[in-house]
Write a protein that binds this ligand. Structure first.
Ligand code: FAD
Length: 466
């Protein structure tokens, strides 16, 4: 049916950026329309954060079972059933996406399924159910990103998978070549190595997880060694070919020498490119950033066209779900007349390897690059009762601090529960807390959070257990 719709705010894309901004605008009294061409929840819920973490749970469980005798538990036989892992993942995803649908209904956000086409005067959505012409006072562009592929021969072969395909395999491949040792590539490398797959990672930069500090990378590399994950760094993948037996041969150059890795499947994990093509930005007067790889936005998330906002991966600022969601809240509040500002001082990241990693604020690499003076306090999980009783003594809590101001500049946790523990520091940094005020804060025993306290005490040389 044909419909003319008029609303306060039209949100294009229903990922963690778009659906959160739609709810926030509706909370503030806005009449909101959300247009989604594929599935509510976007990359994060359908093919990103949530499905991978559902796989990580299965991988951890299997890892734990492998070492169960150490804990006095005998298990006769354990096998990986990838079909069940995939179907559990699908159930988790559909629970969550149904939840989003209910929330949007509750806030009376009108959801229109279909691809939005945006012109100067109107947004149109056409599908077999509806032909909608939407007029909106403000538009929030939240169209997200898609997996990038290297422009090399063989990149389009069917054995070359993206995150979307690898999450729906029918069985565990015997061997997997991961092109790209960033966060996403390494998460899949660990998951599939836990499932018994022989994994090789090829990374172009000097190291895997290149943005992280060296001491964190070292812990992960050691773990890769123990798991038998082969790592090649400073290595440029140039071609992927098929062998007669159906194996993929990935050719790469490292220090001028050509090498070949054979694998049953190849995961291409070389970053994500913003979905810029579906909207004619030039016609709308929406500028790209200096690198031309994302929509340019100001601190209010407004684009160069003041009626149009952009949030999430499409801005290519920090491609994380919680960043997209918070940018969405800022944009929605500004559309509804507030003057909210996006603050990037304390944005945490969580990496789900074994051990887990959580970081927030400044890291040593950045501090050195920017010439910012800092000092370090570190507390190892090997001195923490809970970590030892769990059999997870690897890793540490590290704090970068400034003595003159008594402030924490950044923190990194690698070890058990790191992705949850990092929230402590997010709060300390965001609220510019004086670390001395935490000396007499009591942390429950035995918890890994005691290591957070000990690292804070360590700033003044007063840690008790180290
Ligand atoms: P998206 O989630 O990409 O959503 C955009 C939506 O817009 C899509 O649903 C798309 O269909 C829709 N759309 C596009 N064009 C149109 C159009 N013209 N009309 C209508 N709809 C349109 N981040 C984390 O913080 N933690 C993690 O653990 C994590 N793990 C990840 C693991 C993987 C494998 C991947 C790939 C990503 C992961 N991320 C993680 C990143 C996270 O998924 C993204 O940062 C996040 O989804 C970005 O949200 P978004 O709303 O900007 O875009």
């Amino acid at each position: 049916k044909k419909e003319d719709i008029s609303c306060d705010i039209a949100v294009i894309g229903g990922g963690p950026g778009g659906y959160v901004s739609a709810i926030r605008a509706a909370q503030l009294g806005g009449n909101v329309v959300l247009i989604e061409k594929n599935k509510l929840g976007g990359t994060c819920l359908n093919t990103g954060c949530i499905p991978t973490k559902s796989f990580v749970k299965s991988a951890h469980l299997y890892d734990e079972i492998q070492r169960s005798t150490e804990f006095g538990i005998k298990v006769n036989q354990a096998d990986v059933d990838l079909k069940q892992i995939v179907s559990r993942k699908n159930e988790v995803v559909s629970n969550l996406t149904n939840g989003i649908r209910s929330l949007l209904d509750y806030w009376k956000v009108r959801v229109i399924e279909g691809e939005a086409e945006v012109t100067k005067d109107m947004i149109s959505v056409k599908n077999n159910k509806i032909e909608a012409a939407i007029q909106a006072r403000n538009i929030i562009i939240a169209t997200g990103s898609s997996p990038a592929k290297l422009n090399i021969p063989g990149a389009e072969l069917p054995v070359v998978l993206t995150n979307e395909e690898i999450l729906n395999l029918a069985r565990v491949p015997e061997s997997l070549t991961v092109v790209g040792g960033g966060v996403i590539g390494m998460e899949f490398a660990f998951i599939f190595s836990s499932f018994g797959c022989k994994v090789t990672v090829i990374e172009y930069l000097d190291d895997i997880l290149f943005n992280f500090d060296g001491d964190i990378i070292e812990v992960i590399k050691e773990e890769c060694g123990q798991r038998g994950i082969r790592l090649y760094t400073k290595a440029k993948v140039e071609e992927i070919d098929m062998e007669e037996g159906g194996q993929a041969i990935t050719a790469f150059t490292q220090e001028g020498e050509r090498h070949y890795v054979v694998g049953e499947a190849v995961l291409m994990s070389v970053g994500r490119k913003p979905n810029l093509s579906s909207i004619d930005l030039a016609e709308l007067g929406v500028d790209l950033n200096a690198k031309q790889n994302g929509i340019d936005v100001d601190e209010h998330m407004a684009t160069s066209n003041p009626a149009i906002y952009a949030i999430g991966d499409i801005t290519n600022k920090i491609q994380l779900a919680h960043v997209a969601s918070h940018q969405g809240i800022i944009a929605a509040e500004n559309c509804m007349g507030r003057k909210s500002v996006m603050d990037y001082t304390a944005i945490p990241s969580a990496v789900f390897l074994s051990p887990e990693i959580g970081v927030v604020g400044l890291c040593e690499k950045e501090a050195k690059r920017a010439g910012i003076p800092y000092k370090i306090s570190k507390f190892p999980f090997a001195a923490n009762g809970k970590a030892l009783s769990q059999g997870e003594p690897k890793g540490f809590v590290k704090i970068l601090y400034r003595e003159e101001t008594h402030q924490i500049l950044g923190a990194a946790v690698i070890g058990p529960g790191a992705t949850d523990l990092i929230s402590n520091f997010t709060y300390f940094i965001q609220s510019k807390m004086d670390y001395r005020t935490l000396h007499h804060t009591v942390f429950a025993h035995p918890t890994t959070a005691e290591s957070v306290h000990e690292a804070i005490l360590g700033i003044t040389g007063e840690a008790i257990h180290f």
